[in-house]
Every structure is written in C-alpha cells, then in structure tokens.
Design a protein around this ligand. Structure first.
Ligand SMILES: [Fe+2]
Length: 198
C-alpha cells in the first residue's frame, strides 16, 4: 500500500486539528521530528525506508488532536492515549498498519505491559515497543523536542535526566538508543524554528 506524501499528510492534520493553534503546535513538532530523524539516519550505518520515516514522523502525533476539549485545552490526564488514538485515526483513514504503529509505538522509550499495569495507564494492556529501525529512530528523535508552552528542544542529557523518574530500565533504554543513533544537532534546528534548547 502506498504511503501518503507531504501534502496528503498536511491535509490529514488540517482535517483533525480542532484549531489553527493546535495544528501549528502539532504539525510543527512532527516536522521537527522528521528533520531530526533524517539527520540521525544520515549518520547511521543502517538500511532504512526514507518515505516510511517521513510519513511515520509526520503523523506520529496526529492522535493529540483528539485530546483537545471544546475550549482548546489539552486533556493532560489522558495524554498518554494519544498514540493509540492516532493509530485509530490512521486505521480509519485506510492507511497501513505499518504507519499506524508510529503513533502507538513512540511513547517514551517504549511502553511495556508491565508499565501499563504497574502505573495503571489508561491503555489496552500490551507492549508498545518500537521495533523497526524506522520506528526506533522516530521514537528516539521525538525525545529531543517538546510541545511544551513554549515549545523547546532537549539535549540528550536533559532527556536522560527527565526519563530517570520512570526508572533505571528507561534510562538504559534511552542510553541504548543514544549509542545506536548518536545525538542530533538540536542547536541549528532550534535556531531555525526559534525555539529554546534546554
Ligand atoms: Fe511527538
């Protein structure tokens, strides 16, 4: 099944974004994750499908749009559900499962069934771990940019400090990704988008 191109993907964002503000925040973040992924892959000794990385990165957060209420506020308590919600959106659009997986399998450094049960997360029990090189790089690249207010880029040490609160196994998972893909140059992208780096 063919993957959607940039214009089709942008149209999907416009279709599901409840406001222009939500579109700007989420689409810009997705575009940044695509640039970060491409940058990491350019330096990685791996075979990858560039079209799949582009579509996966550009669509990975589309489920976030379903978490805005009528007043334009994000439902923070259910934020973790944005991945499975995005997967459902893409399935409903008739897009292939290999694309939907970028939505449901990019949270943190991978969610396990144990995480879901022990933290009582509002998700169907199961493992949501990035598997292919394309899924792993998008999940990893996503850790270097945040849709906070205002949006910001993170360095690898900043994300490592943040993820430590979720346990040492998450720190190890992040370290393994860091060893596999290296660290992106967030400074030049931050300057291009006018976002800060923390
Ligand atoms: Fe993201």
């Amino acid at each position: 099944m063919t993957l959607p191109g940039i214009e089709e993907i942008r149209a999907l964002h416009e279709k599901y974004a409840p406001t222009q503000e939500a579109f700007d925040l989420v689409y810009t973040h997705c575009e940044i994750v695509w640039h970060l992924s491409a940058q990491l892959l350019a330096a990685a000794p791996l075979e990858w499908d560039g079209e799949l990385v582009r579509a996966g990165a550009l669509l990975h957060d589309i489920g976030v749009y379903h978490l805005y209420d009528a007043d334009g506020n994000l439902d923070g308590g259910n934020y973790i559900r944005h991945g499975v919600l995005g997967h459902e959106i893409l399935r409903g659009e008739g897009l292939p499962e290999r694309l939907g997986r970028f939505c449901s399998h990019h949270t943190g450094v991978g969610l396990t069934e144990h995480d879901i049960r022990s933290q009582r997360l509002p998700l169907p029990p199961g493992d949501y771990l990035a598997e292919s090189a394309e899924e792993r790089v998008v999940m990893y690249a996503d850790k270097f940019h945040s849709k906070s207010t205002p949006p910001k880029f993170l360095t690898a040490p900043s994300y490592a400090r943040y993820v430590a609160r979720f346990g040492t196994e998450k720190v190890h998972a992040f370290d393994a990704l860091r060893a596999e893909f290296g660290e992106p140059d967030v400074t030049s992208l931050a300057a291009r988008y006018g976002h800060r780096v923390v």
